[in-house]
Ligand binder design. Structure first.
Ligand code: 1GP
Length: 265
């Protein structure tokens, strides 16, 4: 359970943090919970739940619930051992919604996103209008986020009708980030698309970092320690990985990969 009151992700004392994205469409809630536990064990700072465009509320909710229950069990188990670190299991579960249909009252927070470079009114304001009353009703914390999709963009670029930011267009990223800050958003998410062939270009990450004081999340196509470090050194406050978590049949091999990946931060 997340008790922090501020409308942003807690920063990691100047270090870049890692976030694990779990797409409820890609495994059962039980497997999702086990994957999330392994990720937390390896040092991930938050769990994002969402991703696919058409996943319904029921599956999103069941996945959030399973993850929260698993974390609570670990917190309880740790509280019974004087040497165990109870705090390490206290990570937020945050919705990363494809739209207003992908909600859960079991989440601690939600990236309340504007897909800033969408050409579609739906992703600029309509999904938000449909989602805001539900977020209010559920009492989950909105994290106002400027979501900016960069080339190659993948499925979210297509579905979101994004006017993709090209790798040499630092000026555009800078303008979007300043706009996000002027709107009062706490957070910016630079996205290359899930499973992208290449991550967001470091020039774009640098431009985003120097253009606003918002918390900077970077994700899409990051698979190696080198890519993770490059994004961190360019100024990412948080780096999201999703696809690599879905590629492991065994929790052991997932643990091995996530451990070697996250330990470089
Ligand atoms: C997608 O940024 C996230 O929204 C994660 O991307 O699945 O490529 O790690 P990957």
């Amino acid at each position: 359970m997340w008790t922090d009151e501020s409308p942003m992700l807690p920063l990691q004392n100047g270090k870049t943090g890692h976030i694990t994205l779990i797409d409820p469409d890609k495994q059962s809630p039980e497997v999702a919970a086990n994957r999330a536990l392994v990720a937390v064990e390896c040092g991930t700072s938050a769990i994002f739940v969402g991703g696919s465009t058409n996943t319904g509320n029921d599956l999103v909710h069941a996945t959030c619930q399973a993850i929260q229950e698993a974390l609570e069990l670990r917190i309880f188990a740790a509280s019974q051992h004087p040497d165990a670190n109870e705090e390490m299991w206290n990570v937020p579960v945050i919705l990363f919604p494809g739209g207003a249909h992908a909600m859960s009252s079991s989440a601690d927070g939600i990236l309340f996103m504007m897909l800033m470079n969408s050409r579609s009114r739906r992703f600029l304001i309509e999904e938000q209008l449909a989602g805001a009353p539900l977020i209010d009703q559920y009492g989950i914390k909105p994290i106002p986020t400027g979501y900016i999709v960069c080339a190659p963009g993948g499925k979210v670029g297509e579905v979101g009708d994004a006017d993709l930011i090209q790798s040499n267009d630092s000026k555009a990223v800078s303008a979007y980030c300043k706009t996000a800050e002027m709107y009062g958003f706490s957070t910016i998410y630079l996205e290359a698309g899930s499973g992208a062939s290449k991550p967001v270009h470091i020039d774009l990450i640098q431009a985003a970092k120097t253009s606003s004081k918002c918390t900077l999340i970077v994700g899409g196509g990051i698979r190696t320690s080198e890519q993770l470090l490059a994004a961190a050194n360019a100024g990412a406050d948080y780096i999201v990985t999703g696809t690599i978590t879905e590629e492991h049949d065994s929790l052991e091999s997932l643990r091995e990969q996530l451990h070697s990946l996250i330990s470089v931060l």
